[in-house]
Design a protein around this ligand. Structure first.
Ligand code: SAM
Length: 283
């Protein structure tokens, strides 16, 4: 009998992939966590029925959520990752010898456990000596934090359940407070294509613009996320993501990346007209 994983992208659109084996399933106190092995996308992490990470296309998302900020400010040393339980963001960050400290705050230890056991391709750098893993709510962590970070990356689930509070003005203000004067916040900022994720994208961007002087959004194309057109937020106290960008300086670092490059850095901020109109209309 054929086994398929299906995610509802909208009430009227489903996305399915054929499953080889259902490797893991548990229900933590926050969410249902599954790992499946699929014919097309390899191993896949699913949380509450929503696809999080696939072996085949995670490089796209983890490149863009990490390298854009690192290419704008070469002096990033202290980084805070909120969410990111699969470890993909930390994996990319540890490729920079200039980074001295990475705090990762993941609310659900069961996600990290599943990633360490089944998703070695993303979790293989969580034991880097620069990484400190906190299993707690990112909302509370930033509220209580005093130390400053150069970069905060919010790699969260959607604004439902435990992830909801990571899309609030209060959370963004707390992030602003614990960023240095050259600080940058990168967030998973949903998608412009379907109505519900478009509404979430507009709302998050509007809130960020109330807190940060520079707020832009950029895009990447991820086959397994709803519509394939995904948006990330770039919020900054000082640096503009394209005007203050020096591609040659990043290329000198010599990182070999599979998706990110200095042309796509600039291109990712060139948004379709309908997306610009959505975001302008709301500001
Ligand atoms: N890249 C994926 C996406 O765009 O949907 C998300 C990757 S990662 C699996 C998302 C993580 O955010 C999950 O492990 C979840 O447990 C975590 N998370 C959700 N709410 C959180 C919170 N309030 N504090 C810390 N981590 C949270």
């Amino acid at each position: 009998m054929d086994l398929w994983f299906t995610e509802d992208h909208t009430e009227y659109v489903k996305f399915s992939m054929k499953v080889k084996e259902h490797l893991f399933s548990t229900k933590s106190k926050f969410q249902k966590i599954d790992v499946i092995d699929t014919y097309e996308f390899g191993r896949v992490l699913v949380i509450d029925g929503y696809l999080m990470v696939t072996e085949k296309d995670e490089f796209i998302y983890h490149d863009m959520i990490t390298h854009v900020a690192m290419a704008v400010n070469p002096d990033i040393k202290n980084v805070l990752v909120i969410g990111g339980g699969d470890g993909g963001v930390v994996r990319e960050l540890t490729r920079y010898s200039s980074i001295e400290k990475i705090d990762m705050v993941e609310i659900d230890g069961e996600v990290v456990h599943a990633a360490k056991k089944y998703l070695d391709f993303t979790s293989n750098k969580l034991d880097d000596e620069r990484v400190t893993l906190y299993i707690e709510d990112g909302i509370k962590f930033v509220k209580d934090k005093k130390a400053l970070y150069d970069l905060i990356i919010v790699d969260s689930t959607d604004p439902i359940g435990p992830g909801e509070g990571l899309f609030t003005t209060k959370f963004y203000k707390d992030c602003y407070r614990i960023l240095t004067d050259k600080g940058i916040l990168i967030n998973q900022n949903e998608s412009p294509y379907y109505a519900d994720t478009a509404e979430q994208m507009i709302k998050a961007t509007k809130k960020l613009r109330k807190v940060f002087p520079i707020v832009e959004v950029f895009q990447c194309h991820l086959p397994t996320y709803a519509s394939g057109h995904w948006i990330l937020g770039f919020s900054s106290k000082k640096f503009h993501p394209t005007r203050d960008f020096n591609g040659e300086r990043w290329r000198q670092i010599g990182l070999d990346t599979k998706y990110y490059n200095t042309n796509i850095h600039l291109g990712s901020f060139a948004l379709p007209t309908y997306v610009n109109k959505m975001l302008e209309a709301e500001t």
